[in-house]
Design a protein around this ligand. Structure first.
Ligand SMILES: NC(=O)C1=CN([C@@H]2O[C@H](COP(=O)(O)OP(=O)(O)OC[C@H]3O[C@@H](n4cnc5c(N)ncnc54)[C@H](OP(=O)(O)O)[C@@H]3O)[C@@H](O)[C@H]2O)C=CC1
Ligand SMILES: Nc1nc(=O)c2c([nH]1)NC[C@@H]1CN(c3ccc(C(=O)N[C@@H](CCC(=O)O)C(=O)O)cc3)C=[N+]21
Ligand SMILES: [Mg+2]
Length: 309
């Protein structure tokens, strides 16, 4: 699928990795799998998304996700709860979704309001329906190398697919991940270990992040700070994956702020061999993998053969 990237125009201009095009193809494959499941087994995969409150980033994600779920022929169940929803009420909803045979995947949008313990909520999701791959059972399976029985977190899996497409064999490559969250940084490290990379995880206590990055053949930025990773941190020819989604302040009142990643793109593209843009890079991959995970979950729950991943 390397044709989903534009070629480098010459030295100093990185290949721009087209995550949007890659994700479109992935969703095309998911749509065919959904058709086959319906025709052969009478199963329509269903994805339930639960949103509590009005976190702006979550709303963007939920809207786009719901549309794409129905586009591939799956059922989309949307549960939008007021911000003052109690923890018990949310846990009850999760339990109902756990036992609903039409629901094969459950995603509870994070972050949750402060009065709700998100760990408790994630613990309550049936690991078989945990299409985010956030449950400790799935995290544990990934950490122990039982990847084929796990649900793999969507964003790291999407990054891994783009890297595989760009680089092929990653054995022995140095990978630096900036960020150690449970939802991106840590599972990303596990997947790159599984690719036989030598993995470093940098975070807010890392002494010299720039120096760590300069050694890396692969840099994955998941910091949550706009344009945090600078161009002069990048080794010439390295592959840069930008997970960050940051909405800048609008330049004029009433305007819509620009979306930027965690990498200073204009700088880094002068040095990198290949780089993902924001938007149009990792974000669309996250949604495509979420849909693929839902098909996998539906197959496992129905006891039918699951598509290769
Ligand atoms: N494209 C997509 O599909 C998705 C995008 N995102 C985006 O990815 C980004 C990261 O998300 P997430 O992992 O949830 O974020 P978190 O806030 O949970 O984690 C951020 C990580 O970055 C580290 N960090 C923060 N500041 C610094 C610093 N100054 N120097 C070094 N490290 C630092 C933190 O370190 P420490 O642990 O020491 O505090 C932490 O480990 C966000 O922009 C988010 O919006 C998230 C999910 C999906
Ligand atoms: N339980 C849970 N699972 C998540 O996976 C999860 C979450 N909670 N909370 C919020 C973050 C964020 N996230 C995004 C996914 C796709 C885009 C995406 O498609 N972005 C488009 C642009 C969208 C735009 O234009 O605003 C792009 O990058 O091209 C963005 C953000 C998933 N998250
Ligand atoms: Mg994710």
């Amino acid at each position: 699928m390397s044709q989903a990237s534009t070629s480098p125009a010459g030295a100093g201009q990185a290949t721009i990795i087209d995550g949007k095009a890659f994700a479109e193809k992935l969703r095309g494959g998911v749509a065919r799998q959904v058709d086959a499941l319906k025709a052969r087994h009478g199963i329509t995969p269903g994805l339930a998304v639960v949103l509590v409150g009005e976190d702006a980033a979550s709303q963007v994600y939920v809207r786009s996700k719901s549309k794409k779920t129905t586009e591939v022929g799956m059922q989309s169940f949307q549960h939008t709860l007021p911000v003052e929803t109690g923890e018990d009420e949310l846990l009850d909803l999760v339990r109902r979704l756990n036992s609903d045979p039409q629901v094969h995947g459950i995603l509870v949008q994070l972050p949750l309001p402060k009065h709700i313990d998100s760990e408790k909520v994630i613990d309550t999701i049936d690991p078989a329906k945990d299409v985010d791959g956030f449950h400790v059972v799935n995290a544990g399976r990934i950490a122990t190398g039982a990847l084929d029985r796990a649900m793999i977190p969507c964003t790291p899996r999407g990054c891994q697919m783009l890297l595989q497409d760009q680089l092929g064999d990653m054995s022995g490559k140095r990978a630096v991940i900036v960020g150690r969250s449970n939802i991106v940084g840590k599972p990303m490290a596990q997947l790159l270990l599984a690719e036989n990379c030598t993995v470093t995880i940098a975070h807010s206590r890392t002494r010299d992040i720039a120096a760590e990055c300069r050694d890396a053949d692969i840099v994955v930025a998941a910091v949550g700070k706009p344009e945090f990773v600078r161009g002069d941190w990048i080794k010439p020819g390295a592959t840069v994956i930008d997970v960050g989604i940051n909405r800048l302040e609008p330049e004029e009142p009433g305007g819509k702020g620009r979306l930027v990643g965690d990498v200073a793109f204009d700088e880094a593209k002068q040095v990198a061999g290949a780089i993902t843009p924001v938007p149009g890079g990792v974000g669309p991959m996250t949604i495509a993998v979420l849909l693929a995970n839902t098909v996998t979950a539906a197959c496992r729950q129905a006891g039918v053969e699951e598509p290769a991943r």
